[in-house]
Write a protein that binds this ligand. Structure first.
Ligand code: CP3
Length: 345
């Protein structure tokens, strides 16, 4: 299907663009009353994720209501550990919770790799197929997965954490087990992302949300090594790697076989450009809290960021997911500022 707006794909590949493309991580979600209305009809988050008709509806909402340049399929990174054998629950106000965890060799029975992706994750692929049809080429559809390190964190810890100390403990007490689990997650993730492309995803993003809790050397060994495998296995569509918090590892992330490097709001796009040159696109990175400022200030802050760019190789986004209590009107101001901005490169 021909795309009417392929700006983000061109920006990812470093091709000519008329203006910077813009979308928001977590754009399909709680900031929109229209999302909450769909969610209220259902038993919970999982029903929404697992019912392609509803997932499709909320994926397209931000395209219609906010005017973003890409849709991201409504799902969660935790569908992968569940497919491998660890069922999760999404507790209201608390977040994810797994009844079982993997902290010894015995736990590896909950980390299966030998299954059919269509069989266990067909609901995500159906949602992608349906959304791609429904979007009818208006904007590209982004598929995604969690990075092996971030998924490992949840499989070992069993819930969210500020430190993920059980997960980091395993790197010291049983690195062999850690590598075995990371390898298994990597295998499944590659198959899963390839299946998303076949189903109609035009672009992929890998979220390494907990990259920043590891030191540089440990991130190279337990994080980047597996991202490298993923990046080398996927050459069908543009790939973005978002290693949140891993400031010292940005040069290494930029050497991975990806098109775009995601930056969180603590990272400096200008310095990053100096380090990585023109070989990669940079995605980001306005502080999500900047959207609590006044409309005028949101406009100024956004324009300051755009003024600092010295290349056309940018995809505009926040430095992390949009917070649930942000006024959608502020998001619209952010998007409008980017769309009205005159490109200098
Ligand atoms: O970006 C999008 O609009 C697509 C949807 C999307 C969700 N989760 C929906 C969601 C994406 C891309 C994710 C990725 C995800 N999930 C990450 C990586 C990105 C990041 O934020 O760092 C992580 C770490 C998760 C795991 C997860 N899912 C947590 C920790 C939580 C609870 C905390 C929270 O943010 O609410 C979720 C729940 C979740 N995933 C919600 C949504 C819309 C909220 C559930 C609800 O509607 O009540």
């Amino acid at each position: 299907m021909e795309l009417k707006n392929d700006l983000i794909l061109r920006a990812a590949r470093g091709e000519a663009i008329e203006r910077y493309p813009v979308w928001l991580m977590r754009q399909a979600g709680r900031i929109l009353p229209e999302y909450r209305a769909v969610r209220a009809k259902l038993s919970g988050f999982k029903e929404l994720v697992e019912t392609p008709e509803f997932a499709c509806e909320v994926t397209i909402q931000p395209v219609d209501l906010l005017g973003v340049d890409a849709a991201i399929i409504f799902s969660d990174i935790l569908v992968v550990p569940e497919a491998m054998g660890l069922e999760y629950q999404m507790l209201e106000q608390k977040g994810p919770w797994f009844e079982k965890t993997i902290r010894s060799e015995e736990g590896l029975k909950y980390a299966e790799t030998n299954f059919d992706i269509e069989d266990r994750l067909g609901y995500v692929l159906d949602a992608i197929r349906m959304t791609s049809k429904e979007l009818d080429g208006r904007v590209p559809l982004i598929g995604f997965a969690g990075a092996p390190w971030t998924i490992f964190c949840y499989m070992v810890e069993g819930k969210g954490s500020k430190t993920f100390s059980e997960s980091r403990k395993l790197l010291y007490t049983n690195p062999t087990l850690a590598h075995e689990l990371l390898n298994r997650i990597t295998d499944v993730t590659i198959q899963y992302l390839k299946a998303q492309v076949k189903a109609g995803a035009h672009m992929l993003q890998v979220f390494d949300s907990w990259a920043g809790i590891l030191g540089t050397e440990q991130y190279a060994e337990f994080g980047l090594k597996y991202l490298d495998k993923i990046a080398n296995a996927l050459n069908e569509v543009p790939l973005t790697i978002f290693s949140k918090g891993a400031i010292t590892s940005i040069p290494a992330v930029a050497k991975l076989n990806c098109n775009t490097v995601g930056l969180d709001w603590n990272m400096d796009p200008v310095k990053t450009r100096e380090i990585i040159g023109e070989s990669r696109t940079i995605q980001g990175n306005l502080d999500p809290c900047a959207l609590y400022a006044s409309h005028k200030e949101v406009e100024n802050l956004t324009r300051n960021m755009l003024d600092s760019f010295t290349s056309k190789r940018h995809i505009v986004n926040l430095g992390h997911g949009v917070y649930p209590d942000i006024d959608p009107e502020k998001v619209k101001t952010f998007i409008k500022t980017v769309k009205d901005y005159e490109l200098r490169y």
